[in-house]
Design a binder for this molecule. Sequence first.
Ligand code: GS8
Length: 215
Amino acid sequence: MGIKVHGLPMSTNTARVTACLNEKEIDFQLVPVNLQTGAHKQEPFISLNPFGQLPAFEDGDLVLFESRAITKYLAKKYEETGPDLLGHKSLAESALVEVWLEVEAQQYNPSISPLVFEILIKPLLGGTTDPQAVEKHAEKLGKVLDVYEERLSKAKYLAGDNFTLADLHHLPYTFNLMSTPKATLITSRPHVLAWWEDISSRPAWKKTAEGMKYA
Ligand code: GS8
C-alpha cells in the first residue's frame, strides 16, 4: 500500500504536497478528482476530507487532509531522506522553520490566494477580474513582502542557511503569481527575487510545476 494523493496537478494545495514528495523522492500515485462533477463534495472523497477540498492523502491506513499538515508528516516520516526540511538537528533552526511556516499560513497565504483567485481563477470560472480588488490584495501582499525582503537580506532562506518546508510552502501560489502582471511584487524586491529564483529552480519543484500549466 503506497502513498496516494487525491487532487489535481494544477491545484496549489495539491502541489504543496507533491512538491514535498518530490523533494524526498518518494513514489506516489496522484488520484485525479473531477471538480466538474463535484466529486470532491461526494463520497468516496468526503470520507477522505470531510471539508470536500483538495487534496486528500492516504499512506496505508492513515488518511490525512490539510496540505500543510501532510507535508509536515512527510518531512518527519522521511526526516533522514533527502533535504532536512524541518531543521530537526537544531532546536533554534527548527523553531525558525515553525515561525516561517506560520508566516506563510497566517500572512502570505491570506494575501496571495485572493490575489491569484481574482486574476487567474475567477476568469476561468466565467467571472471578470475586479481591478480594485486586485489592487487591494496586491497592496496587502506588498506589505508582507516588505518583511520578506528584510528577512532575506539577512538570510538565504526564510529559516536561515538551508532550504526548508517554510520555503517550500510558498512555491505553488508564488508560481501562479509569477504568471500574472503582479509578478512585479516579487521582481521589484531583489532579495525576494533571488530567493524565488533559487527555490523555484529546484528539480523537485520543476517536476511539480510541469503539471500546473493552466496558469
Ligand atoms: C485548502 C484546500 C483548498 O482550498 C489545504 O489543503 O491546504 N487549507 C486547505 N483546496 C481547493 C483547491 S486549490 O488547491 C479546493 O478544493 N477548492 C474547491 C472547494 O473548496 O470547493
